[in-house]
Design a protein around this ligand. Sequence first.
Ligand code: PLP
Ligand code: COI
Length: 341
Amino acid sequence: MEKKNIDWSNLGFSYIQTEMRYVSNYKDGAWDAGTLTENANVTISECACVLQYAQTVFEGLKAYTTKDGRIVTFRPDLNAERMEASAARLEMPAFPKDRFIDAVEQVVRANAAYVPPYGSGATLYLRPYMFGSNAVIGVKPADEYQFRLFATPVGPYFKGGAKPITIRVSDLDRAAPHGTGNIKAGLNYAMSLHTLMDAHRQGFDENMFLDPATHTKVEETGGANFLFVTKDGKIVTPKSDSILPSITRRSLVHVAKTYLGLEVEERPVLFEEVKEFTECGLCGTAAVISPVGRIVDHGKEFTFPSGMEEMGPTIRKLYDTLTGIQMGTIEAPDGWIHVID
Ligand code: PLP
Ligand code: COI
């Protein structure tokens, strides 16, 4: 199969329309058989629940070309499970796990020409999502839903790739105490847009959100969880009910413990503690692990000892091991790599 003529190494994180996407509709209490379609547009009622009351959840995962030329995805079962949890929180029906994985396979196969080659630094980003599609004017969940899954080739989430970024502490919150911060709902991202643009206007790459109840503990950014490294080489990662349970973070915790023999603490992390850490990274499907060099809190700057030039040594090891597992150069734990034939 011939690859598309795309400048893979210079891709950013933006949407490029690919050939096929998957769609399935839910009506009268059941999902239809689902199908691939060339149609990249969605036609729904002007009063669809998603448009009026933001009833939508989504996922993000990637397909990779391994060194030996296979196409694989990373732990799609966990994306399926998390989407089910997100849907339940917004009173939406579950899209069954086996159907989710089948949709991933169908879309990747149909767009194999868009899966970036091994070593290009790019990947095929997959975006499954689901929304309430019928008209609803009183506040209540929809009765009809659409599940879709499209693919788009992407490069690094942050411009400059492995170059450390500068983030600032946000005054606004992305989540509420006992709210929806722990699910992947579009509404959480709408909440983050104003403070994200304000951060950009002020010259910062991203926001650090603190816990919405007390603003004393580190939560996450708009699209990734935090990992810190202590002076004695331990990994520390925030534990909170209002952050998204990142699949990358959960995988890195395992990698740190079992591949690198590092100690890992998953616990509440006070913002006060951050200046004691030596390295910081943002982890997520899109972010992979993006190093943070500097944090600014209302004019007070803190630069990690790892600096602004390159990833710190521990974050680098985590990055190399995880991407090695994803690209097939390092043996993966059982069940992590899903081969698409
Ligand atoms: N936190 C938020 C708010 C996200 O949007 C994401 C992206 O999915 C993550 C964390 C990272 O999660 P994962 O590693 O499962 O992609
Ligand atoms: C992902 O990492 O898949 C996400 O959904 C994050 C998003 C901000 C692009």
